[in-house]
Design a protein around this ligand. Structure first.
Ligand SMILES: Nc1ncnc2c1ncn2[C@@H]1O[C@H](COP(=O)(O)OP(=O)(O)O)[C@@H](O)[C@H]1O
Ligand SMILES: [Mg+2]
Length: 259
């Protein structure tokens, strides 16, 4: 873990993002601090969870408002202080082991340390026996685990994960959750999305509940799951908040505002 903080705290100030003429992230302000465990973003399909992560990683820019990383305007990408695993990971046309080792090499890690950390990351992801296999021959679930292992191996200060266990079976999900716990235990800040409320309960220190691009509730996970304050969040936990309901009975105000 780098002693010098380079990307956190990450702050969003009144961020708005448009998709065409439609606002998809609205009046969004929040702050993520260094080493503050795992923040899990939940909300119905299309709420803006993936877009929020891409904003946090500096992959897209807001139309209004601003983001700051450790007080500056640059995300900590160049020094690999932050890493993101996309829902559909992109792997190099190399072996499984080389995918991890290369990520460490470009960070300036010594050859010996590359080997050590790659072995460790692959073991944690349950991929040791595939180390010499071409990465592209792995199953989708294995590729997802490799992408996560690779991102974790560089020991980023901030790790952004978009649905890290979507389409994984229970055993593979377990491995992914172990990596996330290991990362937060070693001081990495994790911000992730999930559609799996059980997973959110297992992993989250903090919950952010999004609905139609707005942050409706943010707070400690235990408090949130005990009883969210927001009525939309309550409906979501009950499984009643349907993403396709244009005029939600739970949010007549919201429906008017968002049109
Ligand atoms: N490139 C894009 N162009 C237009 N609309 C987009 C684009 N990406 C996402 N959207 C829309 O923005 C909203 C939020 O998307 P997303 O962040 O992917 O939602 P989710 O919470 O399911 O991850 C959705 O209504 C989606 O259709
Ligand atoms: Mg998404």
């Amino acid at each position: 873990m780098n002693a010098q903080r380079k990307t956190l705290p990450l702050e969003l100030h009144d961020v708005r993002l448009m998709a065409g003429d439609k606002p998809v992230i609205k009046d969004f302000s929040c702050r993520f601090d260094a080493g503050a465990g795992c923040s899990v973003i939940i909300g119905p399909n299309g709420a803006g969870k993936s877009l929020l992560l891409k904003l946090c990683h500096g992959l897209i820019q807001p139309d209004q408002g601003r983001l700051s990383w450790a007080g500056g305007t640059d995300p900590g990408l160049r020094g690999q202080h932050q890493a993101m695993v996309l829902q559909r990971p992109v792997l190099l046309r190399r072996s499984v082991h080389a995918n991890v080792a290369y990520a460490l090499k470009i960070k300036g890690v010594t050859a010996e340390e590359q080997r050590r950390r790659s072995d460790e990351a692959l073991a944690l992801a349950g991929l040791s026996r595939y180390a010499q296999r071409p990465a592209r021959l792995l199953s989708f679930g294995e590729q997802q685990r490799l992408a996560l292992a690779r991102a974790w191996a560089v020991r980023p200060e901030l790790l952004l994960l978009d649905e890290p266990s979507a389409n994984l079976d229970p055993a593979a999900t377990h491995l992914v959750e172990d990596i996330i716990r290991e990362a937060t235990a070693q001081g990495t800040k994790v911000i992730m999305t999930t559609h799996d409320l059980h997973q959110a309960r297992r992993l989250a220190d903090e919950i952010l509940f999004l609905h139609r691009g707005r942050l409706k509730e943010q707070g400690p996970a235990a408090q949130f799951f005990e009883g969210p304050k927001n009525d939309l969040a309550q409906a979501f936990l009950r499984g009643e908040l349907l993403w396709w309901r244009r005029r939600s009975i739970y949010a007549p105000d919201e429906a008017r505002k968002d049109g």
